[in-house]
Design a protein around this ligand. Structure first.
Ligand SMILES: NC(=O)c1ccc[n+]([C@@H]2O[C@H](COP(=O)([O-])OP(=O)(O)OC[C@H]3O[C@@H](n4cnc5c(N)ncnc54)[C@H](OP(=O)(O)O)[C@@H]3O)[C@@H](O)[C@H]2O)c1
Length: 332
């Protein structure tokens, strides 16, 4: 049986999740691909940290070592920030590797360029994990909504802020106490700015905008409002009126212009996002043929995010295989 050789960029929450998912689901992967999947190398930043990885896996802080691995087929990228990540992925594409990324900040900014470059080099890019973690929203849009027109998106794209709002409502916590609880549970970073100021949801919304409308609004025109100003009193008052604050990312197109915003919105019981609680994400799509439907599930975390990446793995390899079998290049 031949082997598919993969490397991981990053071995934090997501990188470890991908490693674990490949290990625990090796048999299913082999059945699906007809090949064994081998993690040949792992790129990290700090070589002094202890990692529970077998000796035969190359662990390095130098991307050149990863790119020098013989017959490397695919790279899973789960590091943080735009650079050096964008440069590394460019190098990987030039080497002829398929790439699968979870990095929303980088992909919101450079996704189009990476897809273009991948097309030139005849490799595939998977980015399901960038948006809504384990909820398969990218593939649903890309593959299952090719004829439907998506008229509007309303989504909860940040589990941390949703958790904070849920705690403020259910347990009457103040914003600082709910944030502290989110940090204690590992849902919020030590610096929670991106989550609570709507920046993380904004990146995901821009990725959806590119996918649905083929472009993004100018970033500075998008209204971004965080949840920091919501007090426990406001949340309780809304509760008395049977309404709930949800941090909603909205996207639509009017008169040829993409309109987007991320802000707390009061929704009533009839709204599909009203019941989305804790760290869940949900995406409500208004479409021309189906009508309105909502996808909901774990929007982050080790295994849900790894799930999106390993499912991408199958998709990317099968797409590549089908293109090669056709003997022509048909990229979406
Ligand atoms: N966590 C989630 O639930 C989740 C969900 C969806 C998407 N994402 C995205 O996935 C990516 C990874 O998130 P994470 O939570 O796994 O982060 P994390 O736990 O902080 O892990 C980051 C990993 O990347 C490595 N790294 C960072 N900068 C590097 C550099 N310049 N060169 C080489 N390695 C570097 C770190 O190395 P060291 O181990 O040596 O520090 C670490 O192993 C982020 O872009 C995030 O937005 C995360």
């Amino acid at each position: 049986m031949t082997v598919i050789r993969a490397a991981l960029l990053g071995f934090g929450t997501v990188g470890q999740g991908v490693y674990e998912a490949i290990k625990t689901h090796q048999k299913r992967l082999q059945e699906r691909l007809g090949k064994k999947v081998e993690i040949a190398g792992v790129l990290i930043r700090d070589l002094r940290k202890q990692r529970s990885l077998p000796k035969h896996i190359l662990v390095t802080d130098n991307i050149e070592d990863i790119l020098a691995i013989d017959d490397l087929d695919i790279i899973f990228e789960a590091i943080v920030g735009n650079e050096p990540c964008y440069t590394y992925l460019n190098q990987a594409i030039e080497k002829g590797c398929h790439i699968i990324t979870a990095n929303k900040a980088m992909f919101a900014q450079f996704g189009t360029k990476l897809l273009e470059k991948a097309k030139q080099h005849r490799v595939q890019v998977g980015f399901e994990a960038t948006t809504a973690g384990g909820v398969p929203i990218i593939r649903t849009i890309e593959q299952l909504l090719q004829v439907n027109k998506i008229e509007k998106v309303e989504a909860i794209l940040n589990g941390t802020s949703n958790f904070i709002l849920s705690e403020m409502r259910k347990n009457k916590l103040s914003f600082p106490d709910a944030l502290q609880l989110a940090q204690e549970r590992g849902y919020a970073e030590a610096d929670p700015t991106n989550d609570i100021e709507g920046i993380d949801a904004f990146y995901k919304l821009m990725i959806l905008s590119e996918l649905i409308y083929g472009g993004q609004p100018e970033w500075r025109t998008v209204e971004k409002q965080g949840i920091r100003t919501l007090t426990s009193e406001k949340v309780q008052l809304a509760e008395q009126k049977q309404k709930r604050y949800k941090q909603i990312a909205s996207l639509t197109k009017k008169d040829g212009k993409v309109l987007a915003s991320v802000k707390p919105i009061l929704v009533n019981k009839a709204h599909p996002l009203y019941h989305v609680e804790d760290v869940d994400n949900a995406i409500k799509l208004e479409t021309s043929l189906i009508g309105t439907f909502t996808l909901q599930g774990p929007g982050a975390g080790k295994l849900p995010t790894a799930s999106a990446m390993v499912e991408d793995f199958i998709y990317v390899l099968e797409k590549d295989k089908s293109i090669k079998q056709q003997g022509e290049v048909v990229y979406s």
